[in-house]
Design a protein around this ligand. Structure first.
Ligand SMILES: C[S@@+](CC[C@H](N)C(=O)[O-])C[C@H]1O[C@@H](n2cnc3c(N)ncnc32)[C@H](O)[C@@H]1O
Length: 130
């Protein structure tokens, strides 16, 4: 993840960076990946000497997921990132829907993360290869 983010910051130099966590769930681990990604973006930008990009972060899971539970923890994350880096250019929202469907407009994402979701699938889908 660190190498991938460093590469994006270096090669793309986005002013506004789209980050996604597919299958974020709700509970203790829901913001772990996003928080680590934010940390890596800030440290990679500082290391290279580029401005920290604005972060557009969406948290995806199925509509039945308890997004309100996650939202309650967001203020704490915002506070930590501000205290640690003085960084406030982050925008985080919930994105209910299956990751089998269309979730994003074209060219809106730079980094897509998913952990422990592929063995927890809501459906299986086979794709015919031609
Ligand atoms: C085991 S949890 C993983 C939570 C978190 N990513 C982690 O690593 O701790 C798996 C999550 O994937 C979600 N999931 C499964 N199929 C999905 C789909 N088609 N679209 C979006 N989320 C899905 C489930 O609802 C569940 O919350």
């Amino acid at each position: 993840m660190e190498a991938a983010i460093l590469n994006i910051i270096l090669e793309v130099q986005p002013k506004s960076m789209g980050v996604e966590d597919l299958g974020c769930s709700s509970g203790q681990n829901s913001l772990t990946a996003v928080s680590q990604i934010m940390h890596k973006v800030v440290t990679a930008s500082q290391k290279i000497g580029l401005p920290i990009p604005e972060l557009r972060v969406s948290l995806n899971d199925l509509p039945g997921n308890d997004f309100n539970e996650i939202f309650k923890s967001l203020l704490e994350l915002y506070k930590n990132v501000k205290n640690d880096y003085g960084f406030e250019g982050r925008y985080i929202w919930g994105l209910p829907g299956s990751f089998y469907g269309n979730l994003f407009p074209a060219h809106s994402l730079h980094s897509v993360h998913s952990s422990s979701s592929l063995h927890w699938l809501s459906q299986t889908k086979s794709t015919a290869l031609h």
